[in-house]
Write a protein that binds this ligand. Sequence first.
Ligand code: G4P
Length: 530
Amino acid sequence: MSNIVNEIERRRTFAIISHPDAGKTTLTEKFLLYGGAIREAGTVKSRKSSKHAVSDWMEIEKQRGISVTSSVMQFKYNDFCINILDTPGHQDFSEDTYRTLMAADNAVMVIDGAKGVEAQTRKLFHVCALRETPIFTFVNKVDREIRDPYELLEELENELGIKTYPMNWPIGCGMNFKGVFDRVSREVLVFSGGKHGQEQVAVDRIGIDEEDKLIEYIGPAFYEKLMEDIELLDYAGDEFDVEAVRDGKLSPIFFGSALTNFGVEPFLIEFLKQTATPTPRQSDKGEIDIYEEPFSAFVFKIQANMNKAHRDRIAFMRICSGKFEKGIEVNHVQGGKKVRLSQPQQFMAQDREIIEEAYAGDIIGVFDPGIFNIGDTLCKNPNKFTFEGIPSFAPEHFARVKPIDTMKRKQFIKGVTQISQEGAIQVFKRPNIGVEEIIVGVVGVLQFEVLEYRMKNEYNVDIKLEQLAFSNIRWIEESPVAVDKLSLTSDTRLVKDIKDRSILLFQSEWGIGFALEHNPGLVLSSIGKA
Ligand code: G4P
């Protein structure tokens, strides 16, 4: 087997999704711990004191205790090379999550065993389901009181509309948590508490037919209940079908406790068995062969100032075919130019490492001199093609933004422009008025806070934000007259986006109806197509 094929075959790429507090950060850390990427987990608890959770690198995340941007990490486990895409759990940052999911082949969904399916779980699940992404469920916190496991499975099936297959089954929970029954190996993995989850733990395994030993470890009552559960699961449950998992139709369920490391390694092992090689992506020339096609990738995320000391801008891309080599010259299709990809990096939270090569399935970051946009395609092949676009979401909240110190206008414009290129905010300008008015649109209001914080910390500009009553945005696709001559309600505003496209901001659905009715031939779109 050629080296490229071999390297690509060992790649696995997944995004990790959950409602805030379900334990996503903790689980991510534990994966890194088992992958040997870190030696000791900085527990989430101590993130608030000295040691920070490795996947939470932005100042603001540390302060607020929530993830606002997705981080990308790579680690090796056995012979596999795994890319994890961490996503923000808070709904105000869903847009970033949607983009990140485009770069992933699988999703790991973390559920709090006491809470079950929560609002954000539902939302993120549906994005994965739209793309038929295989979903692996980790029911977390079994070391605490959790809900009845049968009830949890039923809720997953009913609320999310996906079939489930428990790969293991918990024995007790909370103070009485004894371990899990592994349905593949037919063994009980005994829970012994571990060293508070900071280090890898070795687990005792007892075969299901070793009755005396099992009773000694888990007690007669739990033994009896376990035997009943096994019978019920084996005879009443769905069949396991790995193809259905890969098609996103069946979710394997794993019970565990990220905090104490329990069930993390068995999860990883099964996950790697059940997932396939990197998924081929669609382009305007059809499906791109991951092995045959030379290097190709798409940009799914742009992040400026990741490291204050560097003041740089990184474009994150998902490699979709072939091999990447440091310094490679490729076609930047949307830019219409050849570019040399410099300073290629892979990430371990705030640590970054310059890499020499990477393969289909990997996520890499390259230095962006300000030329890339989200959704851009890069390919080595002179017969250029473009990957499917990444949809941009219509903002729902708008604010007029200006620098408090008018002398800092240049720096202010630079900041809002750069942050908008990352896709975190959308910037609109009002044409034909004295000092150009800047209106910022966001999908979730917390993004305003992030903007304020970043402008101050990264660009040294204090800003004044004044929220506006607009709630709907429409791009003008066709207009029967010059756009400033349209007949509109007095509370509708005409603005331009950074690509100089004309846009209408409305305060209500009624305003949209008015515009369409009074301007026959006017065509509006709710999506700003790339
Ligand atoms: P998130 O990224 O999904 O938001 O969750 P995160 O990992 O930050 O975990 C949220 C809280 O849940 C943390 O507690 C963490 O220690 C705890 N946690 C995670 N996994 C487990 C588990 O398996 N068992 C138990 N018992 N707890 C777990 P925290 O930040 O200290 O807050 P809190 O405990 O005061 O709520």
